[in-house]
Design a protein around this ligand. Sequence first.
Ligand code: LLP
Length: 415
Amino acid sequence: PCTAQVDTTGELTIGGLSVSALVELYGSPLFIYDEEHLRAQMRASAQGFGQGRVIYASKAFPAVAMARIVAQEGLFWDAASLGELHAALRGGIEPAKIVLHGNNKSMEELSAAIEAQVGRLVVDSFDEIDRLEQLGTSRATRVWLRVTPGVEAHTHAYVRTGQQDSKFGFNLANGDAHRAIARVMASPRLSLTGLHCHIGSQVFALDSFRDAVAIMAELTLESGLDELCVGGGFGVAYLRDEHVPSVGAWTGWLREALCAHGLQEEQIFVEPGRAIVAASAVTVYTVGVIKRIPEVRTYVAVDGGMSDNPRPVLYGSGYEAFVPTRLFAPHDATVALVGKHCESGDVLVREARLPSDLSVGELVMTPVTGAYGYSMGSNYNRLPRPAVILVRDGRARIIVRRETLDDLFRLEADV
Ligand code: LLP
């Protein structure tokens, strides 16, 4: 249940609050997260997965406030760095529900995780096995091995991870996975309980998952292990005409597939990030410049850009754009929605449909920006990061305050 609604004047409200009132209070650009929608996504993912456990892949949006919500909803938390681990601990996630990932974890990260007694540590390489044997883990920390099953997910090459040629995990085809399993099983200092794989992100094709599930279930059972996590990567719809399964449908389908291969519900884990959080947020910008080049193109420039959403530049990702105060106005002009950064690649939406009478000072909103937007943002051109707010039942709370000029220069030495 997304709480976004259009009021009688054609203005968008989220959590009962009008977008323009929120921008007046909190400034622009602004990330607005819909708490009810977020919680509903978490519940739906868990419901679909029965007794299996859902791990929120925090890289999508690792705010401390997210960790609080994840803790309240009873999900696990996937951390892929010391920072993501700390966000979990600060947000009150039980250490037993933290899963530590990463293809090159430092000694510092490993020791911190062991000290915090995280529930699962996902080992990615032989070098890491060496480091862990040096450190030794307590029984509280169960070890999983990340296996590269040799499955080509149908998605962008940058976010494809299950194929043989990958920096992640132990390859199955060349025997590394079996060698790693044998080695960790034989180690008196490590307790191996399960396997993990993640084939890629923004995946739409069920058959990529079908192959991974079959391969991984067999390997888990033949190795006599108790736990299997098949990663995340469920695609979400960014554009109007895209139709994808809901997160509950994804987890329901994977639960059935895993159980059909002989696993018990209590043994299975999934790890979605995007499918939980992407559609829960929108980014609101203010139009500063409208440049019309007759017969060529109209550029609409807003007060953010690739620093708050690098996905269009990085992956060529598409987004929709709307004027949230005038949803009834025909969005009848095709324009390029661009940011304020010093390069031509700084495009948010290549062919945005916006009202032809759009004027400077109006708001423009891009939906489905809750995942990998703020978390992959930067300070390029020394732009301060936008504020992030959480709305629910007519109440708004700042969960990450807007960066100030002082914040921007905090790390610099006086020379
Ligand atoms: N588990 C592991 C081990 C992962 O590496 C990832 C994502 C996930 C789970 C969650 O994937 P999700 O359900 O969110 O697709 N920056 C890219 C996405 C990179 C995903 C990296 N790993 C983007 O903006 O499309």
